[in-house]
Design a protein around this ligand. Structure first.
Ligand code: BG6
Ligand code: MG
Length: 217
């Protein structure tokens, strides 16, 4: 039986994926790289992996030293950190605060599997620090999404087997990771993008225990 939920953050709990898209877009423009659908492509992808994707798209992967790449990634992050400064609990996506309360009331485990090093800051700003006390530290990962490692570690933090967990994601790379971890995957957003998910919801508002149970029958 399902006993825990392992959450992605950006694009699932709060709408920060548009800020990531904006900050990466600014950097891609500066580098002269045209990257259609950049916002979707970087969803779930770690900071340095996302930078490498953009450089590769522009055929620039050999044009920058490791130190220069660090600088570019820092520049993107500085812009991103500016964009999240004003976040408040009003920025929790529709239905998510209620869903988290529902999980707590029913004694489900709750863990965070976000690739973002900014996750603790965001949780603090949106008032969910006390809900997400079990956070996989992305700095400890050998491989980012789509590798299953982060979702396997999320289950471990809950003292559960992966099969006892549901993973929630808005990113194609995240759904691949959940499936490879052997958890039940819930995709939130475009079904075209998230067709590999076990269960699909168009919006965060649709994510309730009743809807998940109905979809699992
Ligand atoms: C993921 C986002 O949650 O975190 C990605 O979907 C982002 O777009 C990644 O690149 C890493 O975030 P950060 O905040 O550590 O640069
Ligand atoms: Mg996400």
């Amino acid at each position: 039986a399902i006993k825990g939920f392992v959450f992605d953050l950006d694009g699932v709990v709060t709408d920060t994926s548009r800020y990531h898209a904006k900050a990466w877009g600014q950097l891609a423009d500066k580098l002269g790289v045209n990257y259609p659908n950049l916002g979707d492509a970087v969803k779930g992808i770690s900071r340095m992996d996302a930078l490498e994707m953009i450089l590769k798209k522009g055929g620039l992967e050999n044009n920058y030293s490791a130190a220069e790449k660090e600088k570019l990634a820092t520049e993107k992050n500085d812009n991103y950190v500016q964009l999240i400064q004003h976040m408040t609990p009003n920025d929790i996506l529709p239905g998510m605060a209620a869903f988290l309360k529902e999980l707590q009331a029913n004694d489900y485990g709750i863990a965070l599997a976000s690739a973002s090093k900014n996750a603790p800051t965001i949780l603090d700003k949106i008032g969910l620090k006390d809900v997400f006390t079990k956070i996989v530290d992305p700095a400890t990962l050998s491989h980012g999404k789509p590798d299953p490692e982060i979702f396997v570690k999320g289950a471990q933090l809950l003292d559960l087997k992966p099969e006892q967990c549901i993973g929630l994601e808005d990113a194609a790379a995240g759904i691949t990771a959940i499936n490879a971890a052997n958890e039940v995957s819930v995709g939130i957003g475009s079904k075209d993008l998230l067709h590999e998910a076990d269960i699909n919801f168009a919006d965060t508002e649709d994510v309730t225990l009743a809807n998940i149970k109905a979809a699992m029958q």
